[in-house]
Design a protein around this ligand. Structure first.
Ligand SMILES: [Zn+2]
Length: 204
């Protein structure tokens, strides 16, 4: 396959990108100076070499320099001693965390990886329910008191909240959901920090 077709088909695999948009990306790259293409390919290579997935919350982060303190397999938030480890905010994806951080939340996180489809019998592999249960078990020994399920206000989000609520029931930890302010279907990734702060303070 020639590089134009090959790259188009790779871009098509990106979330939300169709064949026409994929073609436009390639056309854009063709018209760009070769230095921009070089920078892009260099950054993609560095993405693999310089990032790591946190062993505790599963978010992707840029590895710290050798000088930095803290365990190498934990992200800066999980490794920080100044975060409130009594609360875990469960989000669907990495991008949600950046937004919740702007709302002033200072607890810890867990990236679930997605929601559970209504029709599916089993929990999809990319949804980290087992990993969350393990994390809760481990953290309870420390001082975990509350889990906030910050999932999308969609039917799939509700379904996932229900399943997680059932599975976490025996843990005797308070399970809360975000309160008013986040309208049906709105996602954390797009909500503004004030709306998130308000939904956090009215959680139930
Ligand atoms: Zn982490």
């Amino acid at each position: 396959m020639d590089p134009i077709e090959r790259l188009s088909s790779l871009f098509e695999k990106f979330p939300g990108i169709g064949p026409r948009q994929a073609r436009r990306f390639v056309q854009y790259l063709l018209a760009s100076p070769s230095s921009s293409r070089g920078e892009l390919s260099e950054l993609i290579k560095r993405l693999g070499a310089e990032t790591s997935q946190c062993k505790r919350c599963y978010r992707w982060f840029v590895k710290q320099s050798a000088k930095a303190t803290g365990p190498a397999d934990l992200c800066p938030i999980c490794a920080s001693a100044s975060r409130d480890s009594s609360i875990i905010f469960v989000v669907e994806k990495d991008a949600d965390i950046e937004n919740v951080e702007r709302s002033g939340f200072r607890g810890l996180y867990f990236v679930l990886g997605g929601t559970i489809p209504l029709a599916s019998e089993d929990i999809p592999k990319h949804v980290r329910v087992l990993e969350l249960l393990k994390r809760v078990q481990f953290d309870t020994a420390e001082k975990l008191k509350e889990i906030i399920l910050g999932l999308s206000a969609t039917t799939e989000g509700d379904h996932t909240r229900l399943i997680l609520g059932e599975k976490l029931r025996e843990s005797n930890i308070k399970i809360s959901a975000l309160g008013r302010g986040l309208s049906t279907g709105s996602e954390l990734e797009y909500a503004d920090p004030d709306t998130i702060a308000s939904a956090l303070s009215s959680r139930n």
